[in-house]
Write a protein of this length. Structure first.
Length: 522
């Protein structure tokens, strides 16, 4: 085992600002780095790897300022195996109340070939550089890069040298995401047991996700005796990324029965920092990403929604509140059932009997078949529109429009039980459609208002159209919601006309002296 005093405690080492920033395109500004470091410090990250100070003036300044501002976390910088890197790193991290120099060199046969060093020459370099780092800083981490592809005997030898030279943490990087969970646990366990002094340092695990096993490998390493997990927010990092902080932390918390190790992370801060890192890095989180994906606590299908409404534990192993979300989301879509629809309508203030629910459910499914997600406004629009007593009903319509000529609209209406078709041309598809409706049902009503709102998000948003007609001082308004703006416009116009007809009738005999005349143009 390691020298972590509390053997149940796993240290969280966050490298979002170093390995995370190495994701092509994820570069963050100075101010953004300071903000993320503050959030990491505030959420209880034990060690923040704030950058690679020799890499650039900007990295040096960022690490220095993060070190100056740090409150609780230990601030660490990365350095290659040479004095210049280590000195520069120390210059930056020395401002922190708690600091660390992290120095590394590639120890696998492939990586030894890069600087063209023999095994003995590399061993000497490790001794020199770790000793140098330790003379500057009492907290030194050493990493044999590509450890999981390094020969066992050589790995033991160089780790022993680093420990003797003063390293306090030995990190075992799976640099190319090559290892598997069983191997990861076994490697750490055997290193701790075999390397002299192995039980006096902290062993750490640094996994990459090339085969999608970073989280599993990190947790297996902890089972093998590692007491520090290196990770990043949202799993940001080189290639397929690093172990995701939110995954290992929530896994340890949720399955503490079989993984009895704790972290110091305030998990309620996870969602906020995940969103900030996504924004500043420009790397959106995939919808189905564990813990922080948009769908991680969302249930659309009817059977799941019904189960959730009866008991959330039916389909949730964590509480969304534990990561800082306000609650579960039950988005309505084509897979939803009556239970979720009724629940949602009730929260919107609609109390429905069974028959009403049945009717609205049919209309809801019809809409959901045309739309990815049905939002609250969609439901309100569905509830508001009642087409029961309409004299004029839209049967079908077809519109041709574009460049090089007037728009043409052919509309088929059912007028008091009889189907009538008219074709008209106009200045755009809506104008042509209104003219076709007027050809079928002539009237002298003036169009006082025509308004379109996209009430929901996306290109498949529902367009809510409002139309106001005025005839002889009588005003009638109509509304409609549809994913097709022109269809929505036609329906709103027809809705207003229907209301006008009712108004005329309500003003008594003689009020509507005009005959309803229409032409069958088919
Ligand atoms: C697995 C990891 O994530 S390791 C960290 C990787 N991160 C980065 O590389 C990001 C920051 N890096 C940089 O800004 C630049 O690479 C710098 C400033 C560090 C170096 O830039 P340059 O001097 O132009 O070198 P360049 O990047 O072309 O090559 C890397 C050099 O470092 C050497 N090197 C690589 N790792 C180590 C090491 N651990 N110890 C000593 N030298 C090393 C290489 O052999 C090569 O040296 P050479 O130029 O003498 O052949
Ligand atoms: C510097 C080391 C720890 C690294 O990032 C890796 O090996 O992936």
């Amino acid at each position: 085992m390691t020298n972590v005093t509390d053997q149940d405690r796993v240290l969280i080492f966050d490298t979002t600002l170093r390995d995370g920033e190495q994701s092509p395109g994820a570069t963050m500004t100075h101010a953004e780095k300071l903000e993320i470091a503050e959030l990491l410090d505030d959420m209880g990250v034990d060690i923040i790897e704030a950058g690679f100070p020799i890499a650039s003036e900007g990295d040096f300044k960022a690490v220095s300022e993060i070190a100056e501002r740090s409150k609780n976390s230990r601030i660490c910088g990365l350095a290659r195996a040479n004095f210049a890197d280590i000195d520069r790193c120390w210059e930056a991290v020395k401002h922190a109340g708690k600091n660390r120099i992290h120095t590394f060199i590639g120890t696998s046969p492939l990586h030894r070939a890069i600087p063209n060093l023999s095994m003995d020459e590399m061993a000497d370099k490790i001794h020199e550089t770790v000793s140098h780092a330790r003379n500057l800083c009492e907290n030194v981490q050493w990493s044999p890069m590509d450890a999981t592809r390094t020969e066992w005997d050589y790995l033991c030898r160089v780790i022993e040298i680093a420990i003797k030279a003063g390293a306090t943490t030995i990190n075992i990087p799976d640099t190319v995401g090559y290892t598997a969970p069983v191997e990861s646990a076994d490697l750490i366990k055997r290193l701790i047991e075999t390397v002299p002094g192995g039980d006096e340092v902290v062993f750490a695990t640094h996994c990459h996700n090339d085969l999608g096993m970073a989280t599993a490998n990190s947790l297996a390493a902890v089972a093998g005796g590692a007491r520090q997990i290196e990770c990043t927010i949202n799993g940001l990092g080189e290639r397929a990324g690093n172990t995701a902080l939110e995954e290992v932390v929530m896994a340890l918390r949720t399955r503490n029965d079989i993984m009895p190790w704790n972290t110091g992370i305030d998990t309620t801060k996870i969602m906020h920092i995940s969103r900030r890192v996504a924004t500043v890095s420009g790397f959106n989180v995939q919808f189905n990403k564990a813990i922080v994906g948009k769908n991680a606590f969302a249930h659309e299908s009817g059977i799941h929604q019904d189960g959730m409404l009866k008991n959330r534990e039916n389909f949730e192993i964590m509480r969304p509140e534990d990561i800082g979300l306000s609650g579960t989301s039950l988005p309505l879509g084509k897979h939803s059932g009556r239970a979720a629809l009724r629940d949602k309508l009730e929260t919107l203030g609609y109390e429905l009997g069974d028959n009403q629910l049945r009717d609205i459910f049919v209309r809801f499914k019809d809409l959901a078949d045309r739309k990815k997600e049905v939002f609250d406004d969609d439901l309100i629009a569905l509830m508001t529109l009642d087409e029961e007593d309409d004299r004029l009903q839209l049967v079908s319509m077809k519109v041709t429009c574009g460049t090089g000529g007037q728009a043409e609209s052919t509309v088929e209406l059912e007028v008091e039980g009889k189907d009538v078709i008219a074709t008209a041309h106009g200045d755009g598809p809506v104008d042509a459609t209104f003219k076709a409706i007027r050809a079928i049902y002539p009237n002298k009503a003036h169009l006082q208002l025509y308004q379109v709102h996209a009430v929901t998000e996306g290109t498949d948003a529902q367009a809510t159209v409002s139309v106001r007609l005025e005839e002889d001082g009588m005003i009638a308004t109509g509304q409609s919601a549809n994913t097709d703006t022109v269809v929505s416009s036609a329906k709103a116009y027809i809705h207003a006309l229907n209301r006008l007809i009712v108004r005329r009738e309500k003003t008594g005999p003689g009020a509507d002296t005009r005959e309803i005349s229409y032409k069958d143009l088919t």
